[in-house]
Design a protein around this ligand. Sequence first.
Ligand code: DGL
Length: 271
Amino acid sequence: MKKVGVFDSGVGGLSVLRALLNEIPEAAFVYVADSAYAPYGERSRQEIIERSRRIADYLMAQHAIDALVVACNTATAQAIDKLRQTYPDMPIVGVEPALKTAAALSRSGHIGVLATRGTLHSERFAQLRERMESATAHPVHFNCQPCDGLADAIERDDAQSTRILCQRYLHALRTLETDSTPIDTLVLGCTHYPFAADVLTELGGPGIQLVETGVPVARRTRAVLGLEGHAVNPVPPHTDLQLMSTGDPEKLTQAAQRWLKAHVKARAFVC
Ligand code: DGL
């Protein structure tokens, strides 16, 4: 059985794990929430590289993984190149804001991107944005909004703060649009944000579609594992899942129950 290591700064990567469990039901998964060091979005590049390496070392040494999924846009933006240099033989799949999908879906060509400061200020994101703005068939414009505090509010399951911050950042995006070119597509460029999708849909109104990245990342992971074809359907209940947290494991247990309907007790570990 193939084993996949998945990590994020906290519970956000569960949105990617949800897609992985659906797409690759025949694999085993170890999920690491680096909650003791969350949020990553406002940390330095060096700190994120250091945390990512420690977690990758742990997953390789203790769990003998066959592939690593960096289920965090910020860690992908800041550290995936270094991880690939450090572990050239390990297949590593990252998560990037879905600008290409959004460009294909948007009719107005005006797209909002919500992500952490760490993602939006990275060199990797600047290059992705430039590529997409110049390469699409019809002109697209990305309005990028750093969402300080939002991943943290979702991490703490603080519904009130989540709502206030979503309101604030959608309002900030709205000030960038004009009547003739409304933002019609919103990229959720942080793996925590799909867990605020209901609030964002409600506040964004019916004219806004949300774009996230879980499914394409899961399909890519299936391909790098060398697994042919599609997952067996219907998907069997997933039994081979371990949840690990550098912070409070109870929070991860509850988040997995709430969002994945997975009844697995998370364990604490130090790394
Ligand atoms: N979930 C992460 C991301 O996709 C990081 C959020 C954070 O820790 O700031 O960017």
